[in-house]
Design a protein around this ligand. Structure first.
Ligand SMILES: Nc1ncnc2c1ncn2[C@@H]1O[C@H](COP(=O)(O)OP(=O)(O)OP(=O)(O)O)[C@@H](O)[C@H]1O
Ligand SMILES: [Mg+2]
Length: 302
């Protein structure tokens, strides 16, 4: 896979400044002439408030280099459900009356469904934006963000087990039908094909997450104990999924707060300090101003 685009994620505890740092990064790169898409994957969006503009599920161009989009989680869940529904109907033809949409109000609260919808949005957005230099992802708070990053590995675990079981069933029943296309032999079990398709899809996402040349995962924290220990936890969990944290951003930094402990804990990770702003970081001019006075030419987070 050769692509020039980089995807940058910002995650961390609630309220540490994920959305603000995402917006600052997007504006900064756009000011450098890069072609940037800023995406909020947090169902409780903040970007409209930060830019003081209306955003929606479709990207809105702020200027020649920068577009912003806040994913519509309900729409993503509906798309996901209708894909599941048509798959179920194709496999079980007697279920013609199945209509999940009628139960949407309840089903959308099903455990696990949000992270599937977020991952579907991620795949769609990364698939549609090959022309961008950067996609910046403003993430939801920790619990949902971790489920999102863990989903490919978890799904692969299940899918590979299901594939094994299906193969076992097919072997036992001796119903593997092989037909010859020229010299090639083709297996005709539909379920195997579907499962293999899913495995390929999740493998692609998983390797994108693990490729820290193309995917930068940054943790935002504040100079306080709670956000610090939550960041340690996030880093540890991500490592369990095979994902490396690229950078730590100490946001809302106030002079005098000792950084030695943070440096020690995250010693292999780049550290960036963003001072607490005295004026509100709202609206494009305020973001631009903050960048000019506080952001050096450090590019390790991109
Ligand atoms: N460097 C900064 N200086 C001053 N205020 C800041 C800074 N960064 C963020 N803030 C303020 O802190 C508050 C929370 O920031 P923000 O919404 O970006 O956090 P978040 O991590 O995205 O929150 P949530 O978890 O709710 O999505 C906002 O009022 C924002 O303006
Ligand atoms: Mg936010």
């Amino acid at each position: 896979m050769s692509r020039k685009r980089k995807d940058i994620f910002f995650l961390g505890k609630g309220g540490v400044g994920k959305s603000t740092v995402s917006a600052l990064t997007a504006v900064r790169l756009a000011l450098q002439g890069k072609n940037v898409l800023l995406v909020s994957l947090d169902p409780a969006h903040n970007q409209s408030d930060i830019f003081q503009m209306e955003f929606s599920g479709n990207p809105r161009e702020i200027n020649r280099n920068l577009s912003v989009q806040e994913i519509d989680i309900d729409k993503q869940i509906k798309n996901y459900l209708s894909a599941v529904e048509s798959q179920v109907k194709r496999s079980y033809s007697y279920l013609t009356a199945l209509n999940l949409e009628n139960y949407f109000g309840i089903i959308k609260y099903s455990p696990g469904i949000e992270e599937y919808a977020l991952l579907a949005a991620y795949s769609e957005i990364t698939g549609n934006n090959g022309d961008k230099d950067f996609i910046i992802f403003d993430m939801p708070p920790t619990a949902l963000a971790l489920k999102f990053f863990g989903l490919p590995k978890l799904s692969l675990l299940w899918l590979n087990k299901l594939l094994e079981l299906r193969n076992e069933i097919l072997r036992k029943r001796e119903i593997i039908t092989k037909i010859k296309f020229g010299k090639r032999e083709v297996e005709r079990d539909k379920l195997i094909n579907k499962l293999s398709e899913q495995v390929a899809k999740y493998n692609e996402v998983k390797s994108a997450f693990e490729n820290n040349g193309l995917t930068k995962i940054n943790l935002v924290l504040n100079p306080d104990e709670l956000s610090f220990s939550e960041s340690e936890l996030i880093k540890k969990k991500l490592e369990e999924f095979g994902i490396t944290v690229s950078g730590i951003i100490v946001n809302k930094y106030v002079r005098g707060y000792g950084l030695s402990r943070i440096k020690e804990k995250f010693n292999s990770t780049d550290l960036k300090i963003l001072p607490a702003s005295e004026s509100p970081l709202l609206g494009f001019p305020a973001l631009e101003n903050y960048i000019h006075s506080n952001w050096d030419n450090d590019t390790s987070f991109e």
